[in-house]
Structure formats: structure tokens, C-alpha cells
Design a protein around this ligand. Structure first.
Ligand code: NAP
Ligand code: ZN
Length: 349
């Protein structure tokens, strides 16, 4: 089926309208019309080939909310008209130990990403959610809880699950002391989710102007990362730190903030970090960890949790043709706190 979207044709070109083919419906597939798509910093990294290995043209977008338009003969869980969602993965081997335990993102054979991955059956490169239509196998389609605002739900599919998963994995619950480094799309979701899980939450940011918003979103405290005195006073004060900074940076100021046995979990920077001094790790059994999105079952759990607790991202709605400006603003950390593309704007254009 032919569809229209926005693609980057090279790592230096702006995104532009792009007509392309979606695969024919397979028996296990769900076809959807995309209603909304969030704009993740990973989309920008990919469009610019920050991580290397990208092929062009590429249609980014992995925070997808849509309406089912057709289902394959073997689909049992979805029907035409259902509101559904798709995140960062669209397939995996579905039989290794990781897939069997609901951690498809760590599939031993490598998951298929929503964009930029070869399809497991045809080898075609997957294209993401900055488009009008999408076809995904049923196992990777999520159900949106009833009543959850469709437009604002989109960023849950990456920013939501990427922060929910480590919060759960590292045991955040009532009374946990959590710090969130970097208050952007992921960071602001980490605040909301950690607060909802009962934690005492501190934001660590470079941007004094975000303090008011942080407290409004439920954070209990705000630390400016360049304020050496405040950072020193916060020593040994956290059980978990979620680090969402999207670029290479120095972890050494953050490690002493962990209490004994605390964990600093990196979800932002993909690639090298500044040299790390191990002393605070040894002297307090502090850990540095990483985490990649979350599995399908956990993503559904997070969506249901957000539905129950009425947790929604803070969104700025944009038209598809504003995507290049949105990327530039994201680069300057000028996002409060997630851009969401209204896909109806593609028709209008
Ligand atoms: P974002 O909305 O741009 O937010 C990043 C925040 O980090 C900014 O708002 C800013 O917060 C801080 N920041 C930005 N540039 C910085 C710099 N040069 N030095 C220090 N702090 C800086 O990005 P996002 O969508 O949340 O994504 C964050 C990162 O996570 C990206 O690298 C993305 O690719 C990655 N990611 C990873 C996963 C995963 O599965 N692990 C999933 C999704 C995204 P302050 O103004 O508060 O300092
Ligand atoms: Zn993402």
C-alpha cells in the first residue's frame, strides 16, 4: 500500500515529504492509520546519523498512536476501529529466552526497530511513524487504555517506557529517593512516573528556568548541576539516578550523589562517556547501569498504569511540516516537554 510521510534523505538534509510503499498485510499484521506521533531525540540522532550506520531515506518516529483500519486473518486481539499504539520495536525472534521472558528489546537475534531495521521476512528497511499509515505484526501492537488522551499518549511509547522500565527494574517505590538528570522528553516522564510510584524526586538540570515546571510536574526538589555547593550537599542522597542527557558527558559529579548500593542508570547517551573515576563506585558499591526501552508486556503495564493514574506527557502539538524547526528546537533543549505531530496535518498539506 502506498503511503506518505516525511523522510530524511541524507544525514545533512532536512526532512521532506516522501511517498513510499508499506508492505502488503500479512496474516499476523495489524494495519493502522497514524493519528499522532511523538518526536524523540533518537529520531534526531538517527536523521543526522549520530550513531553511524543509518541508511537513507529514513522515516523516523516511534511514539505512535493510531486507529486500526484492517487486520490480517490470524489477528485475534484487535479489530477495525480500535485505538492502538506502537513503540520502538516492531518484531523480534519471538523464541529466545529474552523474548520468552517479555524482554524483546534484548532479543538474542536483535529486535527489529520501528525504523531503520531490515524487516525479518522481506529484508526491506522499516520506516517509522512520521507517516500516514503503518503495518505491524500483532505481537508488537499495544492497546491504549480507555479514556487516555490519544494525542498526549504518544510519548508514552518511548519516553514513558524508557523511564518506567529502569524505575521498576531498580526497585523504585514508596520512599525511594530518585534523581532525574536532564529535563526533556524522557526526563519529564521520569519525574511523573517516579512520583506516581511513590518516590521522592529531585531534578538535576543545567537550566534554572525549568525549576517551576519541575515542581509543578510533581518533583520535590531541584538541583542545578553547575552549583557545586548544592551538589556537594546532595552527596549519598539517592537510591536511583536516571540520566537522560543525550550527549557525551561527565558522570563523575553524579556518582557521589548515590547512596551505598545506589544505581545510576544511563538511558540517554549512546556511545562514549568522559573518563570515569571508579573511587565512588568502590567506596559505596555504587553501580552504573544502562537500560533500553522496555518489553512489550512492560510497555502495556506502563500504559495501563498511566491510564489508571491519569499520567500524561506535557506536549506541544505541531504540524508535520514543522518537524525541521522542532528538531532545531530539540537540539537547543527548547522543548516543553515533547513535540507531538498531529498526522491530520499531512492530509492538510
Ligand atoms: P530531549 O527531550 O532533547 O531532552 C534531553 C535533556 O537533556 C534536555 O532537555 C536537557 O535538560 C539535557 N541536555 C541536553 N543537552 C545537554 C547537554 N549538552 N549537556 C547536558 N544536558 C543536556 O531528549 P529525549 O528525547 O529525552 O532523549 C534523551 C536521550 O535519550 C537521547 O539521547 C535519546 O536518543 C535517548 N533515548 C534512549 C532510549 C533508550 O531506550 N535508552 C530511548 C529513547 C531515547 P536540562 O535542560 O534539564 O539540562
Ligand atoms: Zn525514542
Amino acid at each position: 500500500m502506498q503511503t506518505i510521510g516525511y523522510a530524511a534523505k541524507s544525514s545533512t538534509a532536512p526532512l521532506e515529504p516522501y511517498t513510499f510503499e508499506r508492505r502488503a498485510l500479512r496474516p499476523e499484521d495489524v494495519a493502522m492509520e497514524i493519528l499522532y506521533c511523538g518526536v524523540c531525540h533518537s529520531d534526531l540522532h538517527t536523521a543526522r546519523n549520530d550513531w553511524g550506520g543509518d541508511t537513507y531515506p529514513i522515516v523516523p518516529g516511534h511514539e505512535i498512536v493510531g486507529r486500526v483500519t484492517e487486520v490480517g486473518a490470524a489477528v485475534t486481539d484487535y479489530k477495525v476501529g480500535d485505538h492502538v499504539a506502537v513503540g520502538c520495536m516492531v518484531d523480534s525472534c519471538l523464541h529466545c529466552d529474552q523474548c520468552n521472558s517479555g524482554e524483546e528489546q534484548y532479543c538474542r537475534e536483535g529486535m527489529t526497530q520501528t525504523y531503520g531495521s531490515p524487516d525479518r521476512q522481506s529484508g526491506e528497511i522499516t520506516m517509522g511513524g512520521y507517516a500516514k499509515h503503518l503495518i505491524v505484526r500483532e505481537e508488537f501492537v499495544l492497546r491504549l487504555p480507555e479514556g487516555l488522551d490519544l494525542a498526549r499518549a504518544a510519548p508514552l511509547l518511548c519516553a514513558g517506557i524508557t523511564t518506567y522500565s529502569p524505575l521498576r527494574t531498580f526497585g523504585v517505590g514508596p520512599g525511594s529517593r530518585v534523581a532525574v538528570v536532564g529535563m526533556g522528553g524522557l526526563g519529564h516522564m521520569a519525574i511523573k512516573l517516579a512520583v506516581a510510584l511513590g518516590a521522592h524526586v529531585t531534578v538535576i538540570s543545567r537550566s534554572p528556568s525549568k525549576e517551576g515546571d519541575a515542581l509543578e510536574l510533581g518533583a520535590h526538589a531541584f538541583l542545578i548541576s553547575s552549583d557545586a555547593d548544592a551538589m556537594a550537599q546532595a552527596a549519598s542522597g539517592f537510591d536511583v539516578i536516571i540520566d537522560t542527557v543525550p550527549v557525551k558527558h561527565d558522570l563523575n559529579p553524579y556518582l557521589p550523589l548515590l547512596d551505598v548500593d545506589g544505581t545510576l542508570c544511563i538511558v540517554g547517551q549512546v556511545g562514549p562517556m568522559d573518563e570515569m573515576v571508579t573511587v565512588p563506585m568502590l567506596m559505596g558499591r555504587r553501580r552504573v547501569a544502562g537500560s533500553l526501552i522496555g518489553g512489550i508486556a512492560e510497555t502495556q503495564e506502563m500504559l495501563d498504569f498511566c491510564g489508571r493514574m491519569n499520567i500524561l506527557p506535557e506536549c506541544e502539538m505541531i504540524r508535520m511540516d514543522q518537524i525541521n524547526e522542532a528538531f532545531e528546537r530539540m537540539d537547543r533543549a527548547d522543548v516543553r516537554y515533547r513535540f507531538v505531530i498531529d498526522m491530520a496535518s499531512l492530509d492538510a498539506a
